[in-house]
Design a protein around this ligand. Sequence first.
Ligand code: COA
Ligand code: AMP
Length: 630
Amino acid sequence: MGAYEAAYRSALETPEEFWAAAAANIDWSRGWDQVLDSSNPPFYRWFPGARMNTCHNALDRHVAAGRGDQLALIHDSPVTGTIRRYTYAELLDHVARLAGALSALGLEKGDRVLIYMPMVAEAAMAMLACARLGAIHSVVFGGFASNELATRIDDAKPKIVLSASCGIEVNRVIPYKPLLDGAIEQASWKPEGCVILQREQEAAQLTQVRDHDWQEIINAAEPADCVTVAATDPLYILYTSGTTGVPKGIVRDNGGHAVALNWSMSNIYGLEAGDVFFTASDVGWVVGHSYIVYAPLIHGCTTILYEGKPVGTPDAGVFWRVIAEHGARAMFTAPTAFRAIKREDPDGELIKQYDLSKFQTLFLAGEHADPATIQWAETHLGVPVIDHWWQTETGWPIAANCMGLEPQAIKYGSATKPVPGWDLRALDPAGAEVKPGEIGALCAKLPLPPGSLPTLWNADARFIEAYLDDFAGYYHTADAGYIDEDGYVYVMTRTDDIINVAGHRLSTGAIEEVLSEHSDVAECAVVGAADELKGQVPLGFLVLKVGADKSPDAVAEDVVRMVRDQIGPVVSFKTAIVVQRLPKTRSGKTLRGTMRAIADGTDYKVPATIDDPEILDEITDSLKEAGLIT
Ligand code: COA
Ligand code: AMP
């Protein structure tokens, strides 16, 4: 039996022993009473009774063990032309001071903190400072607009907001403060204070009494020590798209999270303390939480926090420059970034300009990795390219090629095998396992391993309804796919209304809610249309009210602006077309799948349940008229 098989079986057959062994690599101030508490299913808790601090495990313990002079974090920012390096000792000092400043503002264990920041080192410091105090952070991605921010403020009820004066996109500065002020005005919950990092590209106007200047409060602060928390206490809430406009607050605990992430660094990513890891994502996403901030630091690695794009900052060679300059051993990003690079540098000429001798593995996740992109990267980089599959909910990979454990042969189109700890099955609608190679609902048998969500923030019932009700005893991933005879996992498509735009997870339902707000829109539907670069982009279909005030073009323009203003530019919602009617089943269900097939130009069967098949020709004509299909 190989090392992967042995670990997989052991994690399934004796999970408590398996995870207790992994937990030995984390510092605890009190041991657990039980490894796993299964007394209140479906709510399982890992390491109850144990006490620890995540920030201590990410910083203090490494300094104490002699890693103080090793680089912990490198902020590489081509958009500002700066690179800043922090050793473990320096990062600890910054974080302890920020924690001291927040404590002086009254922040205590269990309080929530909303972090709305660009990709600067202070964003990671903010997360770690909250962890240090036992406060619960909720990071909101900078590409979301005021409305989304307000929803999260009302749900998380933060005492303090940490933000910056601006973010920087390729060639424009985005003032964050007006978006934050707008959100606070809109929200019913009012935070007590905001701490604003002033960046030199754009200073923010501070609101008297409520707002504090980041640097000023740091200058006046005493460093704060770690506050010990229960392993089961929440470390953070991360909101992710649900099937409605109300996002789900994914809760992550402290103990199980630290154990699972630390285990994943050596066993999945094949990295040891001292190695350099480059994850090109954003701290606003789970990938950024887990593999820019927490996992590399808990594991004693050097992490690169990159403020830029794969192309245009300044060119498609920037990832190779970063890898070479900082000696990265592994990189992690979304396939869309590689599609962008491949489009600009199809022959990989820019790769040849850099010394990538230390680089060993490329990991891709966040969306389906198309074989053409994987093969391009393999050919030009000359390293294994590993597709792996996970979700905000799981916090770390469900299926992967565990490079540190025992690399498996690569099968294109597959995220390889379930990671130890994940009892993954493809199920039919009745909950029976389908045959190998047949598509089913991908579900993980409960209890889930450490690190995965214990529940949703203040919403236990929604947690059960969203993930556990469909298949008794299983967590339903909402991805459909199959497992082949060799145990390889193929993730095919979401079974809900989530679409994946440039690796960003968005709800078409939430976009539809915005479109319906237009006074001239009678009905609407949004589908994810195939896009060469971003994988999918949202496409809106509008039916106007009889006697609509505005012209179809004007309404289409309005709704594009409304989505950008209300949800944010990250949605990449650029096209809405007006149609006479939407195709529906006789029971009134909108046939979004058929509309998507028409927009993608793929073959489709006219659904037997369709109310009026002629509508499909009308939709085809409208898309042709709009120049979206030929
Ligand atoms: N703050 C404000 N605006 C932001 C933003 C942020 N943090 N991030 C993105 N935006 C804006 C962009 O400027 C863009 O605005 P535009 O419509 O005015 O051009 C819009 O949101 C869409 O952004 P993006 O999806 O990044 O598209 P892009 O065309 O700028 O770049 C890629 C395309 C492929 C290069 C880019 O999506 C990318 O690098 N993806 C990497 C994938 C990734 O990080 N995934 C995370 C999960 S691993
Ligand atoms: P997020 O919660 O934003 O990380 O998005 C999770 C979703 O992205 C999953 O449910 C999948 O639909 C998709 N996804 C992530 N990784 C992969 C992958 N390797 N292959 C296919 N889909 C993926």
